[in-house]
Design a protein around this ligand. Structure first.
Ligand code: BG6
Length: 490
């Protein structure tokens, strides 16, 4: 059960941020906390305790974070006075003693520890928090850990990290972040499906031909070459973000809106993703790496020429997969997933393509082919939902054309400024784990991509695609084998 007051305010607590001077804290965490403050969702005595190895003090951290919060308004000045700092090495037990002393000083029993740090520190910090007794929940107060991605590098490392965390904390204390789950449109998928009987009736292999899940970006690898080159598009986006979208589309109706009921249904879908054999990896995937080209009006360099990237390596910046979900509802329905950098448009969307209506009726008409019904869930940008139906073009002949029924969030709702992290931080503070990954979801996600990681080691093609284009031709071949085509980007 969540601890939320009548006004929806989260209980008094301290958020301890490891990596308090880093990019994530400045760009996302602090502005999100200021937004929550503005909306009256944080307790009036909510406190931030920053931890980092950089020399500094309370005042300095307040100033540094303030620079990134210039548009945060009066909520910020209120919050700013409750920011504290502990300088220390994450691998030194003395740091944890100092954090413990500071927490005792602040006086809230409840604390969330947010690990906004490099992944190599996740297990280390959690173990040290455990050893210092900081994860013990006493007198009704909570102690929770938030872990950023990447959660592991493959199946074995994800299992090992789960084991380390679960040795010092209970699953109910662990909040594994997948920021896609903080997106409003992603949260809406479940409501769209289960609050509209019309849709649920046709949401299965009898009516759905295939599903496409796309996360296309126009940006390149930016300053993250050393992380990305060791990671690649598959690890970076698929077992986490894209599988969460797949789970929302594929899950069975949960018994309730309780966190465990929802996570159990999602976990079952991820678990049901067919595990291909490593030698089949090439047949079910396509990979690419961006070459030179354009991003808008600007000429851009190839991935090979980006800083901190091995030009002779084979890290993919684009991946497309053909997957099956082996259960009753989805038997035989292919799920095509694709994600890549330096593509023609920023476009995160899910396309559900329905089977065409039986054709016989239109046989003797001018309708040479029936366009299938397509439902598009636009996750970003221009969040919304559209459904293409077939209509008769006015005129003496039966001429059938697709027409759109469309809904846009911006037109329908007054959407306030948000980073997407507000919901996640608030949920952590009130103890709602619905939008966080459970250990089993993470592990089955990795288990489904593991055969690709293994299969690709023995070769296969990583095609060069033009920056600013639609991605490698191999991805078109992958989806095109049975006459299907990708939805146009943008
Ligand atoms: C991150 C990936 O998790 O998600 C990035 O590491 C990617 O490579 C980003 O750019 C995409 O998120 P969003 O919210 O911008 O679509």
């Amino acid at each position: 059960m969540f601890a939320v007051s009548d006004e929806g305010t989260a209980p008094s607590a301290t958020l301890v941020i490891f990596g308090a001077t880093g990019d994530l804290t400045r760009r996302l965490l602090v502005p999100s906390l200021a937004n929550l403050m503005r909306d009256g969702l944080l307790a009036r005595d909510f406190t931030i305790l920053g931890v980092s190895f950089e020399p500094g003090d309370d005042l300095r951290l307040r100033e540094t974070l303030g620079e990134f919060c210039q548009e945060c308004g009066p909520a910020w000045s209120d919050l700013q006075s409750r920011i504290h700092y502990v300088e220390g090495d994450f691998l030194d037990d003395a740091t944890y003693a100092a954090v413990g002393a500071k927490l005792a000083d602040i006086g809230h029993g409840s604390a969330g520890f947010y690990l906004a740090v490099a992944p190599k520190f996740f297990g280390e910090i959690a173990e040290r928090l455990g050893r210092a007794g900081l994860l013990e929940e006493r007198d009704g107060a909570f102690r929770r850990i938030c872990i950023e991605k990447p959660f592991g590098h493959d199946l074995a490392s994800a299992r090992a990290l789960n084991a380390r965390l679960l040795a010092v904390a209970d699953e109910t204390q662990i909040y594994r972040i997948d920021h896609f789950l903080g997106k409003e449109t992603v949260q809406n998928i479940m409501v769209t499906r289960f609050a509209n009987n019309l849709l649920e009736a046709v949401w299965n292999h009898r009516y759905i031909d295939h599903v496409q899940i796309t996360a296309a970006e126009t940006v390149g690898v930016e300053k993250r070459g050393s992380y990305y080159d060791a990671t690649g598009a598959l690890r970076d986006m698929v077992p986490n973000h894209l599988f969460q979208l797949l789970a929302a589309i594929g899950m069975e109706p949960p018994n309730s809106f309780g966190a465990e009921a929802i996570r159990t249904e999602k976990a079952k879908v991820i678990e049901a993703i067919r595990r291909v054999k490593p030698h089949e990896a090439e047949q079910y995937s396509a990979r690419g790496r961006y070459g030179t080209g354009r991003s808008g009006e600007t000429e851009v360099v190839a991935y090979d020429a980006e800083p901190n990237v091995d030009p002779a390596g084979s890290t993919e910046t684009y991946v497309a997969l053909k997957l099956y979900v082996d259960n009753w509802r989805w038997a035989g329905v292919p799920f095509f997933l694709r994600t890549g950098k330096r593509l023609s448009a920023r476009d995160t969307e899910i396309v559900v393509a329905f089977k065409p209506a039986p054709y016989a009726l239109f046989h003797d008409t001018a309708a040479s082919r029936l366009p299938p019904n397509i439902m598009t869930i636009q996750i970003q940008p221009d969040e919304g939902l559209s459904l293409s139906l077939s209509a008769k073009k006015p005129g003496p002949r039966i001429d059938i054309v697709p027409v759109d029924l469309a809904f846009s969030y911006a037109d329908r709702f007054k959407v306030g400024r948000s980073t997407g992290y507000e919901t996640l931080l608030y949920d952590m503070l009130v103890g709602d784990q619905t939008l966080f990954q459970r250990a089993d979801m993470i592990e089955s996600g990795w288990a489904a991509v593991q055969p690709f990681l293994e299969g690709w080691v023995s070769g296969g093609e990583v095609e060069t695609y033009e920056a600013g284009g639609a991605g490698p031709a191999g991805a078109d071949r992958l989806i095109g084998r049975e006459g299907r085509a990708w939805h146009r980007l943008g």
